[in-house]
Design a protein around this ligand. Structure first.
Ligand code: NAD
Length: 505
């Protein structure tokens, strides 16, 4: 309790700041109110009390931000890669210097336990450092000599781009999108999620104070249907990098069609973790618990379907039940908390609706399956385990996005693969086995953009990140990010030896 009291008093000055005046847009280096004068309220999921009001952006705000990004593009893209590297490192330094404040407010605003958010803030700084170091070589291309010509390619930044982010780990995700755009030489208009605006405001401030010039990054708050839509339709914006639900991706594709937007989508998932009988079951158990119950299960790569080999099902599930029942649900700023409140009452209702759906579908609620409010308040749910499930049940097909795991048994390798792939999603998959050959076969045959073998979502920044099927379009990470934010141009030079066709001679 002493740590919680200390953390609450540490976050108090930031809350005071966000509560005392409306959180504004950040356009062309200035904090601004909404053109319409409209605001919306932001709440903490701990007890749904207000944190403060936020400017509700509309088309006019988006237009000013896009114009600022358009004007800032020529000088920003003309800066040397070395200079951009220096500035982005300065942003990383500032994130590190403010990591505690970022983690505390992120935790208070989203309900994510502090034990995970302190690492997320540091990962945000790492994202900036990683792409900063690539800035000087981002424009490099290939040398492709032909018989009588030399082809070489080079890359140039697209122009102003839109970044639209969700409310789960919003700080980390925003840095993951914005850092490569800036390193490539693009300028940015960011529309953060309306349920978690606080850390986006801090990031904007940090980038500005670290020396990123006015107009290079702009932030417009507001709803997806109004501010987000306007951004995806704006003619100055050359590309949209979007993280969110699959259905929103479809809307954005339609909205961006008129202006032929380049699109990058990181969408939902219903990721399997396959545990074979020959696996190291102690390590597998730790990973299964971590990958669905950490971050409140509000994680795109969470392993929300456990596929367990029949021969070890009973024993593994007994151990799993004990672990799930022992998870510590509590105040997100309490360092002991493992599972905090869900982001918003609407999302809480959605997650709770699956407790009934599971019963109707005939699954067993082995652990949880109910809300567990704190002093009668907040969006807390009990960590939940459904067993005796079938893969065609809604709890096995739909993204619940909470601390809810659906366990399904399988007979053999072929059955496991069939179940794993029988979903519309294809983001991530996890495989636990002691058989190397099997790990190679299963990784090859899984329909997932990312497969972890005997591991739990360890990230390597140069590696491609993204999903197949309805889980996404395109890849992030290392050079993949630059391919999205940049145009590749080919130059073909003659050696003056080939025959030029002669017409009309
Ligand atoms: P969401 O799609 O509801 O919202 C995401 C963002 O899109 C928000 O900023 C929202 O305001 C905006 N938006 C909504 N409608 C829009 C529209 N018509 N035009 C433009 N913008 C619009 O998603 P969410 O509920 O905030 O986030 C949870 C989802 O994000 C889950 O499905 C999760 O799997 C996914 N996610 C995916 C990844 C990944 O890497 N694949 C990572 C994190 C989260």
């Amino acid at each position: 309790m002493a740590d919680l009291t200390k953390n609450m008093s540490d976050v108090a000055p930031t809350l005071e700041r966000f509560g005392s005046k409306t959180l504004g847009h950040f356009i062309n280096g200035e904090l601004e109110s909404a053109e319409s004068g409209e605001t919306f309220q932001n709440h903490t999921p701990i007890d749904n009390s207000p944190i403060g009001t936020v400017a509700a952006g509309t088309g006019g705000d988006i237009d000013r931000a896009c114009q600022a990004a358009e004007q800032a593009f020529p000088p920003w893209s003309a800066l040397s890669g070395k200079k951009r590297r220096e500035l982005l490192h300065q942003v990383a330094d500032a994130i590190e210097a403010n990591a505690e404040e970022i983690a505390l407010i992120e935790s208070y605003d989203t309900g994510q336990p502090l034990r995970f958010m302190s690492k997320a803030a540091i990962r945000g700084a790492e994202n900036f450092r990683f792409f900063a170091d690539l800035a000087p070589t981002a424009r490099d291309g290939l040398s492709l000599p032909a018989e009588e010509h030399l082809n070489y390619s080079l890359r140039q930044p697209l122009g102003p781009v839109g970044v639209i982010t969700p409310w789960n780990t919003p700080f980390m995700l925003s840095t993951w999108k914005i850092a490569p755009a800036l390193a490539a030489g693009c300028t940015v208009v960011h529309k953060p999620a309306e349920w978690s605006p606080c850390s986006a405001a801090l990031l904007t401030e940090i980038m500005h104070d670290a020396g990123i010039p006015a107009g290079v990054t702009n932030t417009v708050h507001g709803s997806g249907e109004v501010a987000g839509k306007a951004l995806t339709e704006h003619p100055a914006i050359k590309a949209i990098s979007f993280v969110g639900e699959s259905v929103t991706g479809s809307h954005i594709m339609r909205q961006g069609a008129e202006t032929l937007k380049r699109l990058h989508f990181e969408l939902g998932g219903k990721n399997p973790v396959i545990v074979f009988a020959d696996a190291d079951l102690d390590r597998a158990l730790d990973a299964v618990v971590f990958m669905i119950y950490s971050l409140n299960g509000e994680r795109c790569t969470s392993s929300s379907r456990l596929l367990i080999e029949e021969s070890i099902e009973q024993e593994f599930l007994e151990r799993l039940k004990k672990r799930v029942a022992r998870l510590t649900v509590g105040h997100p700023l309490d360092p002991m908390t493992e599972v905090g409140p869900l982001i918003h009452p609407q999302h809480f209702e959605k997650v709770c609706s699956y407790f009934e759906i599971a019963k109707e579908d005939g699954a067993t609620t082995a652990v949880g399956g109910k809300p567990c409010l704190m002093n009668g308040k907040g969006n807390f749910v009990a960590p939940t385990l459904f067993t005796n499930a079938k893969n065609d049940m809604r709890i096995a097909q739909e993204e619940i996005f909470g601390p809810v795991l659906t366990a399904i048994s399988f007979r053999d390798e072929a059955d496991a693969l069939h179940i794993a792939n029988s979903t519309d999603y294809g983001l991530a998959a996890y495989v636990w086995t002691g058989d190397t050959g099997r790990s190679i076969r299963v990784a090859r045959d899984l329909d997932a953009g990312m497969v972890w073998i005997n591991s739990e979502n360890n990230r390597h920044l140069p590696a491609p990140f993204g999903g197949m099927k309805t889980s996404g379009i395109g890849r992030d990470g290392g050079d993949y990010s630059f391919d999205f934010y940049m145009e590749t141009k080919n130059v073909c030079i003659a050696a003056d030896t080939h025959t030029v066709p002669t017409l009309g001679h």
